[in-house]
Design a binder for this molecule. Structure first.
Ligand code: NAG
Ligand code: NAG
Ligand code: NAG
Ligand code: NAG
Length: 384
């Protein structure tokens, strides 16, 4: 090999390195101008007004950047199902497409800078939630289903789920709900609503078999009861609340929102639905209901609902929503379920879920003068 050939070879290599360096610099410069690699996609999306991106963190946690409108980017932590992946989520990852749009308008760049700033802060704010959701489960809820209408939300694809917590023996109260305003609302198919009752198992005594047979008959007639095999006693109210969250998260996650209520309360259905629609447009996640700010005042000390252990700590929690009536989007249901199995429980389930768990996953509490309930007297219980 001659010296001149070696020089030529060397020159070609050097030239290659030079071009590579220039290319990298240019690339960096363009990245710098669009602030981040997501910038290009954001600009393109902003022009098309369809910004919506999802970052998968692991199999169960993903971050969704979903603006309520183009002037307000929201960072939303969404949980996909871990167990039965019936609806596999295909994350639309942000891809840095080849630079076809090289000259973003100044207005777009300004918007983008504003966006990146807000997103950075919003992501930072969600870091605590994401860290919390990667914690170990301390409180597994793995009861067996006795009754589970798994297709309840598949056949009709409802927008609204009325989830009524009921004691298994409350046959008359359930019938009253079915025949009342909620039942009527649900029967009007154009309302896109579904009514389901959530309950536990009868206490073991000489009547258990007979009562369970009656409940099974009721299930076969109406198909609207979810029953888990935890003992349905007052101390297990939290299990009933979590059973509703788990079932909805697993089998009804496509509803827009869930209205949870007790079987002895009455509400103005059209007001409830209107409030849920309005709140859903305002907030990606929330719990709406009657907020109590001083839980010690709202529950008498002598009340069996307020055990001494729960009283021992005077500093928590600041606010919670009463359990009789609560409304939340389906995404909040999933967040609350995952928070519940990662938190040390206390007996008062509404304080637990809406005070402690909601805080861990950064879900705000809301109230509305039209989102209210009253107790309806319970009819004299017939001797079974
Ligand atoms: C978009 O969000 C901003 C900030 O919350 C709000 O002020 C504005 O009214 C919203 N615009 C629309 C069209 O909803
Ligand atoms: C529900 O409230 C609305 C307005 O607040 C009222 O017009 C309507 O009559 C109420 N419905 C019932 C069933 O009470
Ligand atoms: C009491 O509250 C504090 C502050 O929220 C918390 O760190 C502590 O773990 C609580 N103690 C009990 C027994 O729950
Ligand atoms: C079982 O049912 C009978 C008849 O209705 C009733 O008298 C009895 O109190 C019930 N037993 C229990 C433990 O509830």
């Amino acid at each position: 090999m001659t010296t001149s050939m070696r020089t030529l070879q060397f020159s070609i290599v050097m030239l290659g390195i030079f071009f590579l360096a220039v290319f990298m610099l240019l690339e960096q410069a363009s990245d710098h101008r669009t602030v981040s690699s997501t910038g290009k996609t954001l600009i393109a999306s902003m022009r098309k007004r369809e910004i919506n991106s999802v970052h998968q963190i692991d199999s169960s946690v993903k971050i969704e950047i979903s603006p309520m409108n183009t002037s307000r980017p929201e960072v939303k932590v969404t949980l996909s199902q871990t167990s039965t992946s019936t609806t596999a989520t295909t994350p639309t990852t942000i891809s840095s497409t080849t630079s076809t749009t090289t000259h973003p308008r100044q207005q777009d760049i300004n918007n983008l800078n504003k966006w990146n700033y807000i997103l950075k802060n919003a992501l930072e704010a969600k870091r605590k939630v994401i860290t919390f959701l990667t914690k170990h489960v301390v409180n597994q809820h793995d009861f067996e289903y006795v009754r589970s209408p798994v297709n309840a939300c598949v056949e009709t694809k409802p927008d609204i789920l009325f989830a009524v917590l009921s004691a298994p023996g409350n046959f008359e109260l359930r019938e009253r709900v079915r025949n009342g305003d909620i039942g009527e609302f649900v029967r009007t198919t154009s309302n896109g609503a579904r009514l389901l009752f959530f309950t536990g198992a009868f206490p073991c005594n000489e009547n258990a078999t007979r009562l369970q047979t009656r409940l099974s008959d009721e299930y076969h007639n109406h198909g609207d009861i979810v029953q888990e095999d935890f003992l349905d006693v007052f101390q297990n109210l939290r299990l009933k609340a979590v059973s509703m969250l788990r079932w909805t998260h697993t089998y009804c996650s496509d509803v827009k929102y869930v209205v949870r209520m007790d079987d002895d309360v009455v509400v103005n259905v059209s007001n409830i639905v209107r409030v849920m629609d309005a709140k859903s447009h305002q907030y990606p996640d929330f719990i709406v209901g009657s907020i109590r700010t001083d839980w010690r005042m709202s529950r008498r000390r002598s009340d069996p609902m307020t055990p001494k252990e729960d009283y021992s700590n005077f500093t928590f929690p600041p606010r919670f929503v009463l359990g009789e009536l609560q409304g939340y989007p389906a995404t909040t249901v999933s967040l609350l379920y995952h928070a519940a199995i990662r938190s040390e429980p206390i007996l008062l389930e509404d304080v637990f879920l809406t005070g402690i768990c909601a805080t861990s996953v950064d879900v705000p509490l809301q109230s509305d003068p039209d989102f209210v309930f009253r107790h309806k007297p319970i009819p004299k219980k017939k001797i079974e």
